[in-house]
Design a protein around this ligand. Structure first.
Ligand code: DON
Length: 321
């Protein structure tokens, strides 16, 4: 391992430069436990293919996965049942609407939810996780994630309770899904697994490592373990580019150009695939990125985190496009 002091210094400088952009957002008020976070925090961790970690800013803090879990449930479920099974039950089409909107569903009456990253699709596929009960389904996902990050993970009970008590919109969405026969589980069970997966605690370091594994098509170049197939990783990356940042995925693709998934806790997981013809030497062999910045914009993405990724991608030529 040979860490590069220049990379470390750069990241520290960029965290300071971008911290101020937090004023463009606010913490997620609709989930009270997230709403009370300090909005000025900003942290980033990057990991390269040799296992060198570069972390700057507020990276000691753990936070909940929220919607980042949707990408991970999609991968775990595809590993268990195969991609074909999952894609028969959820599409891969962006909606251009908010993540928790009922509009696409109500207007188009699709024969399956538009994609697994909007809440309708995510609740549908979480309910399909292996196991008879929401507890068993949760354990399955947790175990899958623990294998990826290499250490035990926990639920943030306060965030879980807070969302459970305030999830009126998701409950309404789940009733729509039930009526459309997309849900075999009872509404309360489906909501329970969905809200639990959202409340799993991670660090920016964990997100960086999972991002690296996705960038490497399911292979961990540090431990040399293959976790999932290229085929699954490819569709996960397509979803991250087209739907990962919700209704600002187009803007994110244009200005950052890295497959990524955000959550309303302010986390972003990004997968930088190897780019041997890159203009710069930093992270030519790919990287994983974990960001934490709890002030989110109206689309639900970390405001300062997005601006920081924009700068990093431009300076180090990380866009895949
Ligand atoms: O369902 C919700 O509203 C949250 N548990 C997750 C939403 C989310 O993270 C959307 N993200 N950007």
């Amino acid at each position: 391992m040979h860490t590069n002091p220049h990379i470390q210094e750069q990241l520290e400088a960029w965290v300071q430069e971008n911290k101020g952009h937090a004023v463009l957002g606010t913490t997620a008020q609709y989930i009270p436990a997230l709403g009370k976070e300090d909005p000025s925090q900003l942290g980033i961790c990057m990991v390269d293919d040799e296992g060198n970690y570069y972390c700057a800013g507020d990276t000691d803090k753990e936070f909940t996965l929220q919607s980042i879990s949707k990408a991970l449930t999609f991968i775990a479920l595809s590993c268990h049942y195969g991609l074909e099974f999952v894609l028969e039950r959820v599409d891969v089409e962006p909606t251009g609407e908010a993540f928790n909107s009922i509009i696409p569903f109500e207007i188009h009456r699709p024969n399956k939810p538009f994609n697994p990253f909007i809440n309708a699709g995510a609740i549908t596929i979480s309910a399909l996780l292996p196991g008879q009960t929401s507890q068993k389904k949760y354990e399955y996902l947790l175990h899958f994630l623990e294998e990826l990050v290499g250490h035990p993970l926990e639920l943030d009970k306060e965030v879980y309770d807070s969302e459970w008590q305030s999830s009126h919109r998701n409950r309404a969405l789940a009733y729509y899904l039930k009526e459309a026969k997309f849900l075999d589980l009872e509404v309360e069970e489906a909501l329970d697994i969905y809200i639990r997966q959202c409340a799993i605690k991670v660090s920016t370091k964990d997100l960086a490592l999972i991002g690296l594994i996705i960038a490497y098509d399911g292979y961990n170049p540090i431990t040399k373990v293959k976790h999932f197939s290229e085929e699954i990783a490819q569709v996960a990356k397509v979803l991250m580019v087209t739907c990962g940042m919700y209704n600002s995925s187009g803007n994110f693709a244009a200005h950052v150009g890295i497959p990524a998934k955000s959550g309303v806790s302010g986390g972003i997981m990004a997968a930088v695939p190897p780019k041997l013809h890159s203009q710069t030497y930093e992270f030519r062999a790919g990287a994983g990125i974990g960001v934490y910045g709890p002030a989110i914009d109206v689309q639900g993405n970390s405001a300062a985190g997005t601006m920081m990724l924009r700068q990093i991608s431009k300076e180090w030529d990380l866009s895949i496009f």
